[in-house]
Design a protein. Structure first.
Length: 530
């Protein structure tokens, strides 16, 4: 029994030390640099600290044009497969223009378009020099649907980039047809956040064109089917990226980031950060097929039109894994991994409005809220100590530990604290006290029945345990639902509520019982005043 008590004490000590480690930067600035690197301050929300307000415009029309371009590419493959001969097929804005070699195949073309792309409507037909030119335009209804989906997808992608864990209480909402409003509470590096927002993160893999002269291409004689892109270099003096050397690549995109499964930061043999990416099963097969067909050639890894690396393909099978190198800083590598995991934007976005937001409730309201929290906790602590005496002091200790654990977990998750979050903490404090009251009253009942204190304590904890679990689990489920379907302040309340419930179960049941057992077993105390 003493051995079990020792291990319980070690667990509690480790938890308290970890809590102090994570909460330390929020209490004082005078800490070692290593400590600050691994533990960060608790972020305060817009209502406590203020933040940044951004209004974005999604260039949804480009999403429509991209969709039409993809339709044109797919239609080209279908016509080749069905042996419908054409001179040219290209996308122009919302239109697809097809020039048939044989006008007699007009009916075949119309049938294929109606079957595969019913939203492409024929608008004009012209005939010249024995060839038939037909123009199709995307229907307005389908264009509106693509625009709406582009805004929704952009909203979720930006949310995943800025808040991968979903605990920072960012307010990201759609406004109008193509606007997104973002409020960033307590964000210190606003420029970094803006870069993550605006980055399209279109990842492409193309073959480097070494068959033609780069010098000739730079003089304006770009080979058909190729294009000039530029590498990205890190300026050692400014620490910023600049355009590097030109490189000639094939226009055909062999693989995109749509099939990406994972992106993570790792380090090469010299300690330089790089991004390791893995494709899903479909992407891995395609990647290996590309490698098999292009052994000995250079594969350009392109992000948003910039070539980050162009390694030589030296083997036929890579297992769906690749590496993006580019002399990244650690922050750049981390940000790039995040945006790749979040996915590419369906269309570019631009910042139309930016302003700093002050604390919305004002210093007086904040001070009043904190005072009410302190007064309420003080009243609870005094009541427990007065009514339950020595056992009440144990309850007060675990109550303060409960608050410490809540704040430590929020700091470790980089969560944001707002006034609704403080309300969630106060609610969990009440629930933690309620658990102790249930246990103590059960113990009192057992003592009145004539049991020894040790037996009464065992019975009190065992009988109250199921009641405590039922009450906390149902509330925890409600908190999970609020977190899943709520936004902004509602999520803040849900986060602190769920963390507080888990912490209160640990402190009110595990920690308090260990303290009682320590005095009864280790210190040989016969009875504790309750």
């Amino acid at each position: 029994m003493k051995l079990e008590l020792k291990w319980r004490g070690i667990i509690i000590a480790v938890v308290i030390l970890l809590a102090i480690f994570y909460i330390g930067p929020s209490l004082t600035e005078d800490l070692p640099g290593v400590w600050k690197n691994y533990a960060k301050k608790i972020h305060l929300g817009l209502d406590l600290r203020g933040g940044t307000h951004l209004l974005l415009r999604v260039k949804a029309e480009e999403a429509v044009q991209n969709a039409v371009g993809q339709m044109a590419g797919d239609l080209k493959d279908i016509l080749l497969k069905e042996k419908v001969r054409f001179v040219s097929l290209e996308a122009k804005g919302r239109e697809v223009e097809v020039t048939l070699l044989n006008p007699a195949q007009e009916g075949d073309l119309m049938d294929l378009v109606n079957r595969h792309y019913p939203d492409l409507e024929p608008v004009a037909t012209t005939e010249a020099q024995g060839r038939l030119r037909i123009r199709f335009i995307l229907s307005p209804k389908e264009a509106d649907r693509i625009k709406e989906n582009a805004v929704k997808q952009a909203l979720e992608t930006i949310r995943n980039r800025l808040d991968p864990q979903g605990v920072k209480e960012l307010d990201i909402i759609a406004q109008g047809a193509d606007r997104i409003l973002i409020q960033l509470p307590g964000i210190e590096d606003v420029e970094r956040a803006k870069q993550m927002i605006k980055r399209v993160a279109l990842l492409e893999f193309k073959i480097v064109d070494r068959e033609h002269s780069l010098e000739e291409a730079l003089r304006g004689k770009v080979p058909k089917g190729s294009e000039i892109l530029y590498t990205s270099e890190l300026d050692p003096r400014t620490g910023k990226r600049r355009r590097g050397s030109p490189i000639l690549v094939k226009k055909q995109t062999l693989l995109t980031g749509d099939m990406l499964d994972r992106a993570r930061v790792e380090f090469d043999q010299f300690g330089n950060p790089r991004i390791a990416i893995s494709f899903n099963s479909k992407g891995a097969k395609l990647f290996d097929r590309i490698a098999s067909a292009n052994v000995g050639k250079e594969l350009a890894i392109i992000l948003d039109g910039t070539v980050y690396s162009h390694p030589v393909i030296r083997q036929r099978h890579y297992g769906g894994n690749a590496v993006i190198e580019g002399r990244f800083t650690l922050d750049e590598a981390r940000d790039l991994a995040v945006v790749l995991k979040a996915g590419s934007l369906p269309a570019p976005v631009e910042i139309e409005e930016e302003r700093t937001v002050g604390p919305s409730l004002g210093r007086d309201s904040i001070r009043a809220g904190l005072i009410s929290m302190i007064v309420g906790m003080t009243a609870v602590v005094l009541f427990m100590a007065f009514y339950y005496q020595a056992a009440g002091l144990v309850a007060d200790f675990v109550l303060l530990l409960n608050v410490l654990l809540i704040m430590a977990v929020m700091a470790s998750l980089r969560a944001t604290l707002t006034l609704p979050g403080i309300a969630g903490i106060i609610l969990t404090i009440g629930m933690a006290v309620d658990a102790n009251v249930l246990i103590f009253e059960r113990v009192r009942e057992e003592l009145r029945a004539g049991k020894t204190f040790r037996a009464a304590l065992d019975a009190g904890y065992s009988r109250a345990f199921l009641t405590i679990i039922d009450a906390n689990v149902t509330t925890f489920i409600a908190g999970v639902v609020l977190f899943q379907f709520g936004t902004g302040p509602i999520r803040g309340f849900a986060v602190t509520l769920c963390i507080g419930i888990a912490a209160s179960l640990f402190t009110a049941v595990f920690v308090s019982r260990t303290i009682f057992d320590y005095f009864l077993i280790q210190r040989k105390v016969a009875k504790i005043r309750i």
